[in-house]
Design a protein around this ligand. Structure first.
Ligand code: HEC
Ligand code: HEC
Length: 231
């Protein structure tokens, strides 16, 4: 009797260890798959730099710290966001791209997925520099700061900080860094979202900006430019 009970328990124990082993193997395999995926997804920044120097530097500066107000600063932006935007600028045959741009469309047309990952790796590694405060209207900075951090309950605008972070560093992979970006570029994008001409945000930004008035858009864009670049 004693022996059978022991044997039964032993068998049960063995079955449990077998299950555990299978689980551990499954977990290790899953981890290995995740890790190898991140290795293949990681772009080669040195190769990215070569393409950037050849095609992109004239507009975004060699290190991605664009000095032209309508051209975005790319330095320090999240890898995933850059990849998404470059893919969104691309259009399939006879289809319109997710993000329409007369300038960027032709730039990405001949880039491969690998080029795009390399470029993203390169720009994400560059140290961003804030475009800096250039406002000639100090009241905009006040209004922009209030909106950015607290939103506006009167018209239901949510705080930008809730998605783009209190320091404007964004939250990867979905929420881009915005701090220090050129006010002109930001203002243009807010208008494009507002008019439904930039629609690659799944309606998230559109819901935010359609509640804002033009003065609020301008104010928050100027405040964002005055913020320190994310470190
Ligand atoms: C002729 C100037 C020009 C060149 C060359 C150029 N860009 Fe751009 N880029 C722009 C402009 C302007 C925008 C804003 C596009 C818009 O929304 O209409 C932009 C937007 C972008 C964005 C989106 C950034 C964001 O914050 O959403 C990325 C990423 C980008 N460019 C990467 C590149 C890369 C990589 C190259 C080279 C392969 C390149 N650009 C070449 C002018 C240029
Ligand atoms: C609920 C989340 C959320 C809130 C709140 C939010 N954003 Fe965004 N924002 C996003 C997402 C997501 C994107 C990226 C869309 C994409 O993938 O192209 C984005 C993109 C942007 C861009 C484009 C960045 C670029 O480099 O092109 C700007 C500018 C921006 N947001 C400004 C703001 C401002 C200003 C506010 C506050 C008034 C705000 N956002 C509030 C989620 C949010």
């Amino acid at each position: 009797m004693k022996i059978t009970r022991y044997t039964r328990m032993n068998m049960k124990y063995r079955a449990i260890t077998k299950k555990c082993k299978a689980m551990i193997i499954a977990m290790v395999t899953a981890l290995a798959i995740v890790m190898s995926a991140s290795v293949t997804a990681a772009g080669d920044a040195a190769k990215g730099q070569e393409v950037a120097a050849g095609i992109c530097a004239g507009c975004h500066n060699p290190d991605g710290n664009s000095i032209i107000p309508a051209n975005p600063i790319l330095a320090g932006q999240h890898v995933e966001y850059i990849i998404k935007q470059l893919m969104d600028f691309k259009s399939g045959e006879g289809e319109s791209p997710n993000r329409e741009s007369a300038i960027m469309g032709p730039m990405v047309a001949s880039l491969t997925q690998q080029d795009i990952e390399n470029l993203a790796a390169f720009y994400a590694k560059q140290k961003p520099e804030s475009a800096g405060n250039v406002t000639d209207n100090e009241s905009y900075l006040e209004m922009g700061k209030r909106l950015y951090h607290g939103g506006n309950i009167d018209n239901g605008v949510p705080a930008c900080a809730s998605c783009h972070g209190p320091s404007g560093a964004g939250i990867p992979p979905h929420y881009p860094a915005v701090a220090g970006q050129h006010a002109e570029y930001t203002f243009i994008q807010l208008n494009l979202f507002n008019e439904g001409k930039r629609i690659n945000d799944k309606g998230v930004m559109q819901k935010v900006v359609t509640r804002m008035n033009g003065e609020e858009e301008r104010a928050v864009a100027e405040y964002i430019q005055s913020m320190d670049a994310p470190q």
